[in-house]
Design a protein. Sequence first.
Length: 374
Amino acid sequence: MSLYEIFPKLFEKGLTVITGPPGSGKTTLALKGLSRTGRKVLWFSFYENAELLMAAAKRANADITNFKIHSLIQISPPEQITDYIIDVILRENPEAVAIDSITALTELDPQSERRITHTILYQITQEGIPITVIAENGKHHALLYTADNILTVSLYTTRAGHTFRNLRLVKSRFAPPTADVAFEIIEGIGVVMPYYRLTRKDQNKEGTTPISVGKKNIEIPKNDIIGVFSDNSENVSEFINNNFYNELDKSIYIYANITPIPSNILNILTNNCKRVFPITSGYTYINAIFKSITEEIKYIFIQGLSYLYQIVMLDEFLKYYYFFLSAGMRYINNIILIDIVPFDKLDTIFLSLLRCRIFLYTHIKTIDEKIHCV
């Protein structure tokens, strides 16, 4: 079972702890997970007031109308905070509880973690009320020992300099632990992570099928990844004009700014596509792909992926670039990969991973001749 399938269930019972560095997305993950339960939630916050939490929930596409938010910022002395939390829980009889974050509480009152862990968290979870606690990395050993589920959030920078968020289920009494899964928080869409299950259709699908084409229009198969590679940028720009020019206003253009981009291709796509995204971070890459959901995009043009493949490690390419690319295919007609590189210089592993239709734009005048993969 994948983390994609496990994630919503982690917030339905027991004590769930989300740990990670500041700004990694812990609060948003908790908002999203608890909102999926549909329960009446008491949310205790040391950082955000109700207005800020509502804004974060909107960004994550999380409905928190059932949440009651209590700000702990103004309560003093700190020793009274624990008693306040207990009183509110006993008075309001919630269906779920969240504390953001226990780190802030223990910094104000160092003795509070043991008291909260053993008097609040353990007792409440025994009564069937799920609790979600947010904590910073490397702290709270008593809390982690008691937890039923532990989710860790981390940040990873690939060799291409793009930073991605990772989520891992380290411990659970209800499911096996998982490896790191890349995820991102996309405005208005929510928490997205790639979910890929190999189907019988995928298993029977042949590998790449290079086809040599001339200047004539060709039939583009739908729901496929298309690769257009040539050592001549004029060939690639002509291919785009001949086959996609009238559809560019329904397209987005993503390019990796790690390699020079020919001006003729850049001008065609930047001047005519609905949106243009340079890949400056993991967020811009994933955000660009998932914009196709909200903006009725038909085509995504991506330039520089073969260069990224050469820079990053294979597991980086799969996890952070390829799986999100594959996830985007369900929403659009085609993903078109373009690069100014001779076909025989492309890595065979790269091509086999894509499992796509490859169109080699050459000066051959017929579209009937087949070029077979080596």
